[in-house]
Design a protein around this ligand. Structure first.
Ligand SMILES: [Zn+2]
Length: 79
């Protein structure tokens, strides 16, 4: 509605690492998951930002092509 620049300002205002999210998107990653909690999020979710790199993983699809036991985040609700 307000354009891409406004969206970027909003995301940065929410402490989203826009460059990291853009890098994931360039690699086709649309969802990230925690190997410790089994929660899958959109990369812009506040909960996703707490996933440590060594415990995280990405996927293009839901359900992720990773071991079973993953579940969608209740906060960002990936479809
Ligand atoms: Zn989430």
């Amino acid at each position: 509605m307000f354009g891409a620049d406004a969206k970027l300002r909003l995301l940065r205002g929410e402490d989203v690492d826009v460059d990291a999210v853009a890098d994931l998107a360039r690699h086709g990653v649309r969802l990230v998951g925690s190997g410790t909690t089994g929660v899958v999020c959109y990369p812009t979710c506040g909960d996703a930002r707490r996933i440590a790199a060594e415990h995280g993983g990405g996927s293009r699809t839901w359900p992720p092509r990773t071991p079973p036991g993953y579940r969608p985040c209740a906060r960002c609700r990936p479809a």
